[in-house]
Design a protein around this ligand. Structure first.
Ligand code: ATP
Ligand code: MG
Ligand code: MG
Length: 556
């Protein structure tokens, strides 16, 4: 277990527990089910569930489902899967803001009765006019002084479906001249005839986010309500609502900075555009920074959790390079993945002094430092494949791989020497003729040093596999923050990396043929790969996704 790194939220919790303000903590992760979760959400999940774990408190999973048009059960399911896959367990059942629609309505009635809310007939455009701006105070709505009785009557009729969509709203009566625009009589209910994924057509009025969120938190007895910094200016409204209704709980909101990941997008809306415009195969495309995409790519939950821990939690800017994520993922995979050999770009090697028609084998460990992973038989025969770039006719200085007249060791097997190069009519190398030193199995050759070790496969036993080589989805570090000459944002689709997916046929050891989907391996000297969660069929259709290379190839 990695050491706990403190942050300002932990300091607040420590103080609240020490002072006796709380005897235990309750946090929540409150996604809107309008898309799949991404790496930014992973940060929030690790924070909220991680705190609950460390302080032996509880963390709720709450679907913030108050925008019926954009929400669906598919998204709810995927959110649950993602949280569970990351290794977290929510307290009790999944909660839904929509479960509180009746309570939210009842509190709205209370606010009307106490003179804190009114029904307003201004349309959206008029509302904007009245709201004022950052520099100018707003103006009171002409409907602001309606009597309590009239407001009660109108709001009930809004609920009963007597008015057209958008024709009326319920607003709080706070202060149209407040320096904080969020307090300028915010709308808390709107009329919207839309089918809700859970409540169906039971409601035609829906509560707004700011009103719903604080009350949902209070209903659930949340102690520390953690959200991203753009909600800092909403905090006075969060507090105002709870101060003005008869609810016995007042959670405190604390803000931290959003994660922004370079070479990726962290907005459901923008990720949705990639999906609907067919730029990726779906929300779970292995190039997507979604939790389901990263899962299919082969990232492990531990890798993502390590990343979240490393990036920390603060109120300062949190712009992180993709290489940091890949580094954390690689670091965890190192000890999680058995190692096998694969040849992605083969060149045939004939071992001229190896008996024809014979297959020999040798047991080799799946991991040099993890004997518990076990061993498998590595096969050798007269014809083998090596990686094309492990041979050079004219080697650069310090070359330790194969060249004419030079020697290398075949991993777990013999030292071989290249005696002859066979080329086709165009001068392309198509075969190497090599001889093995029979005395080098499991021991060093006598009288000379052979430093290079290369991976290889017995050709007639190698299994063909579809191998998907993934790269960054974008060429631009901040694809959604580039402005053109006119000062407007450039469409981020322009920065898609055309080479983000290359599909090749590679060869793998027979030992992986029956691997289940989502089995992770290190292909020695190449990188980390995973059998595709959806398309890999054990024993018949072998499909590997490249998770990440062994080194950061972008660091050059
Ligand atoms: P998006 O713009 O992608 O839809 P959101 O904030 O609207 O993001 P929600 O579903 O409302 O998405 O988010 C659920 C929780 O995850 C919120 O508490 C939110 O603050 C947090 N969250 C979302 N994006 C990030 C991010 N990039 N970094 C950290 N936390 C995030
Ligand atoms: Mg949101
Ligand atoms: Mg959003």
């Amino acid at each position: 277990n990695a050491p706990v790194i403190s942050n300002f939220i932990r300091a607040i919790i420590d103080e609240d527990l020490a002072s006796g303000k709380h005897s235990s903590i309750v946090t929540r992760f409150p996604p809107e089910p309008n898309g799949y979760l991404h790496i930014g959400h992973a940060k929030s999940i690790c924070l909220n569930f991680g705190l609950a774990e460390d302080y032996q408190g509880k963390c709720n999973l709450r679907m913030d489902d108050t925008n019926p048009e954009k929400e669906s059960d598919e998204y709810v399911q995927s959110i649950k899967d993602s949280v569970a896959w990351l290794g977290f367990q929510w307290d009790g059942e999944v909660r839904y803001a929509s479960d509180y629609f009746q309570q939210l309505y009842d509190y709205a009635i209370e606010l009307i009765k106490t003179g804190h809310a009114f029904v307003c007939d201004l349309n959206a455009e008029q509302m904007r006019e009245y709201r004022g701006s950052l520099t100018e105070p707003g103006k009171n709505s002409p409907y602001r002084e309606r009597s309590v009785a009239e407001n009660l009557d109108l709001f009930t009729r809004m609920k009963n479906g007597e008015f057209a969509d958008g024709s009326k709203t319920l607003r709080l009566k706070i202060d149209m001249s407040s320096g904080n625009v969020n307090l300028r009589d915010p709308v808390i209910y709107r009329i919207r005839r839309a089918h809700h994924h859970r409540t169906g057509d039971a409601w035609c009025i829906y509560p707004m986010y700011d009103y719903t969120h604080c009350i949902s938190d209070a209903i659930e007895g949340i102690t520390h309500s953690l959200c991203t910094l753009e909600f800092e200016d909403h905090r006075p409204l969060y507090d105002w609502v709870l101060d003005n209704i008869s609810i016995g709980c007042h959670p405190r909101q604390y803000e931290f900075s959003r994660l922004e990941l370079l070479y990726a997008l962290t907005s459901k809306r923008k990720l949705n555009a990639l999906v609907t415009e067919g730029k990726v195969s779906g929300w779970d495309d292995p190039r997507m920074p979604t939790i389901e995409g990263m899962r299919r790519r082969g990232y492990s939950p531990a890798g993502i959790r390590l990343f979240s821990q490393r990036i920390g939690v603060s109120r300062g800017e949190n712009i992180i390079d993709l290489a940091i994520l890949e580094g954390a993922v690689r670091e965890m995979l190192e000890n999680e993945s058995p190692r096998v050999m694969a040849v992605l770009d083969p060149i045939k090697v004939t071992l001229t002094n190896f008996q024809d028609g014979v297959t020999a084998s040798r047991s080799a460990p799946y991991h040099p430092h993890h004997p518990e992973f076990g061993e498998r038989e590595v096969l050798i025969a007269r014809e083998i494949y090596i990686e094309r770039d492990d041979f050079a006719e004219v080697p650069p200085p310090k070359w330790q791989r194969l060249t004419v007249g030079g020697e290398v060791r075949l991993r777990y097997s013999y030292v071989i020497k290249c005696d002859e190069v066979i080329k086709d009519a165009d001068g392309k190398v198509i075969e190497l003729k090599c001889s093995i030193d029979h005395d080098t199995l499991g021991q060093n050759p006598v009288g000379r040093k052979v430093k290079g070790v290369i991976h290889w496969l017995a050709a007639n036993h190698a299994i063909a596999a579809e191998v998907r080589l993934y790269d960054r989805l974008f060429n631009e570090p901040r694809p959604d923050a580039v402005r053109g000459e006119d000062g407007e944002y450039v469409d981020f689709m322009q920065f898609l990396n055309p080479d983000s997916l290359q599909t090749i046929t590679g060869y793998v050891e027979p030992a992986v043929r029956d691997a289940a989907p989502e089995t992770r391996y290190q292909f020695e000297r190449i990188g980390y790969f995973v059998t595709d969660r959806l398309e890999h069929q054990p024993g018949s259709k072998i499909v590997f996704n490249r998770t990440v290379g062994l080194k950061d190839s972008w660091a050059k």
